[in-house]
Every structure is written in C-alpha cells, then in structure tokens.
Design a protein around this ligand. Structure first.
Ligand SMILES: [Zn+2]
Length: 54
C-alpha cells in the first residue's frame, strides 16, 4: 500500500498545507501525530483531547 506522504513538495508549497506534529498525550503519554488543520485532535491511543501548541 502506498501513501501520499511519499510525494515530496517544494518548501514554498507547504505554507497553506497541513503538516503533522508530534504531540505527547497528557493523559496516557503516547506520542500522537496531530495534523495542523485538525480542530479537535484526539489521542489515537486513549481518545483524550489534545491541545496543540502554537
Ligand atoms: Zn492518550
């Protein structure tokens, strides 16, 4: 199975595109990948709401 992440874009094209961020869940401590355009990110391990740092 192929993923879209294999497509490499120039840096200038990234400005308005969502990007993944590593967030540590405050509830269970799992490292969760949160996308910058997610409004209500949740931990994939325990389902807790995650806060993004801006
Ligand atoms: Zn969690």
């Amino acid at each position: 199975m192929q993923t879209e992440k294999e497509i490499i874009k120039p840096a200038c094209a990234e400005v308005n595109r969502p990007f993944p961020e590593e967030v540590v869940c405050p509830s269970c401590g799992a490292e969760v990948e949160v996308w910058s355009d997610e409004e209500e990110p949740r931990c994939t391990a325990c389902g807790a709401e995650l806060k993004k740092e801006d």
